[in-house]
Design a protein around this ligand. Structure first.
Ligand SMILES: *Cc1c(COP(=O)(O)O)cnc(C)c1O
Length: 485
């Protein structure tokens, strides 16, 4: 406010920027800016002003303020009245919109971290709705009427599905790893292979998480090769954990050697040291029958004897953001009692969505049909082709000009650090604009309503049908037609 006033009264006031540069012409430009009421009366703004005059006036003020600052800085001429009104109108239209809103994901990346990762199943959404608008037995034992634990709602399901003795859930997998390390290895040592000291998604780096947890990192082996003997030589009376980390978003290929889960478990047993594995994605289903790379499932790792496993709720599992810990009862009890657990606590809406998602996994076929992440990852190529043909037809019928549009075979990604080498054959539409760069076209589609997120491929923008939800084709056509005219 004060800044605005000072600029409003800039003329004649010493020390204000207007007096420094080419003051004279700036002042003239400033003077030629229309007054708020003049812009507000422009026909473009009449409707907006009749709907919400205060907001419309505020938008005009903000636009004029922006131009005052620009004139003072760059000594530019102000735009015509109509452009100012159009700018204010655009601001007015976007003012009521929530900041966090839906977008159309045409990138083909199923678990796109920037686009919110997993989509919830219908039962999960219904459970959230119910628990958000009603009172619940979140921490009440309905049998005894006594205080209960929020974790009971998912622990039985997790034990049943994974075969683990005990389970605990927290805010996300980063929290799960951090909490386990803090509870089991603080002030002591945790042994990790050098090939597994990974960074996931920018801010989650194993050595840094380890340092924060108070555990001392003991690196063994080399980047490409680590043997069981490397772990064994590093074991001391200070060793609290043998940690295995899923390298998630990258692979070391070629001249490599890793210690198998089974070998590490045997070593842990021999020295009575718990083995913990950060699985990252953590799938409950073997996805190899669908042409996806076979990764060890959570159940397989539990059966192999890993003492403690952590994984995300919103990666391959396809549930809400959560960190799931399963493993030995005595260890999980220690972790649950750690004071940090309260700070990393899962909320009731997440629990509701997680319980509903886990329920689907009691029947793997049902999970594959009901959990959107699994459905999208296993969409048959034939169906993707049909949907690309439909989008292509709709685009051909619309009045899109100024671009070359073709249907192409493409490859989608799982994303979210899951199945990094998976190549999911898919179909897409390639739009090659003739009058602008593909980056510009992609930006215009992204800035529209609803925003359409695409992939750049060479000289074109690519829309991958895998992540385009049924019904969104029409919105895409409208968006493309609006941008390309
Ligand atoms: C994704 C991932 C994490 C972080 O999980 P969030 O649920 O995103 O917190 C940690 N470790 C591994 C190996 C991962 O892949």
């Amino acid at each position: 406010m004060t800044e605005r006033n000072s600029v409003d009264n800039a003329e004649g006031k010493p020390g204000v920027k207007a007096m420094q540069g080419p003051a004279h012409s700036s002042r003239e430009h400033l003077r030629s800016l229309p007054a708020v009421h003049e812009v507000l009366q422009h026909p473009l703004l009449l409707d907006a002003a009749s709907r919400d005059r205060t907001l419309a006036r505020d938008c005009v003020r903000r636009v004029l303020q922006k131009w005052r600052e620009r004139i003072l800085k760059e000594n530019t001429e102000p735009p015509p009245l109509e452009d100012l009104a159009a700018e204010a109108m655009a601001l007015f239209s976007s003012s009521g919109k929530p900041s966090l809103r839906r977008v159309i994901n045409a990138t083909g990346v199923v678990l796109h971290t920037n686009l919110g990762r997993a989509l919830l199943s219908r039962p999960a959404v219904e459970a959230v709705q119910e628990c958000a608008t009603r009172y619940t037995n979140l921490e009440l034992d309905l049998e005894t009427g006594e205080r209960g634990s929020r974790y009971t709602h998912v622990v039985e399901l997790l034990r049943e599905i994974t075969g683990a003795e005990a389970a605990l859930v927290v805010n996300n997998n980063a929290a799960a790893v951090f909490l386990c390390l803090a509870a089991l290895a603080s002030g002591r040592e945790a042994i990790v292979s050098r090939g597994e000291l990974v960074e996931i998604g920018g801010s989650f780096r194993i050595p840094e998480v380890m340092a924060q947890s108070g555990a001392r990192l003991v690196e063994v082996g080399t980047t490409n090769k680590t043997y069981l003997a490397d772990y064994e030589r590093a074991i001391t009376s200070e060793t609290a954990l043998l940690l295995k980390v899923h390298p998630s978003n990258y692979r070391i290929l070629g001249f490599t050697h890793q210690v198998s889960t089974k070998e590490l478990v045997e070593l842990g047993r021999k020295y009575n040291i718990p083995v913990m594995e950060d699985l990252g994605s953590g799938s409950f289903l073997d996805l190899s029958p669908y042409g996806l790379p076979g990764e060890p499932t959570v159940q397989e790792e539990v059966a192999a004897g890993v003492d403690l496993l952590t994984f995300s709720g919103d990666k391959l599992l396809g549930g809400p953001q959560a960190g799931i810990i399963v493993g030995r009862e005595d260890l999980v009890r220690l972790i649950a009692r750690h004071p940090l657990n309260r700070a990393l606590r899962i909320d009731k809406l997440t629990l509701a969505a997680l319980e509903a998602t886990l329920r689907a996994y009691r029947d793997p076929q049902r999970a594959r049909e009901e959990v959107p992440t699994l459905r999208l990852l296993t969409l048959p190529q034939e169906e993707l082709k049909k949907r690309a043909q439909k989008l292509y037809r709709l685009l051909s019928r619309s009045k899109v000009s100024g671009a070359e549009i073709v249907m192409v075979e493409t490859v989608s990604q799982a994303g979210g650090g899951s199945l990094p080498l998976a190549e999911l054959p898919s179909w897409g539409i390639m739009i090659k604009p003739l009058d602008r760069s593909p980056a510009r076209l992609a930006a215009e589609l992204r800035q529209g309503e609803p925003p359409v997120l695409t992939r750049l491929q060479g000289e074109a923008v690519l829309l991958d049908l895998r992540t385009v939800l049924p019904g969104e084709e029409v919105e895409i056509v409208r968006a493309v037609a609006r941008v390309l005219g």
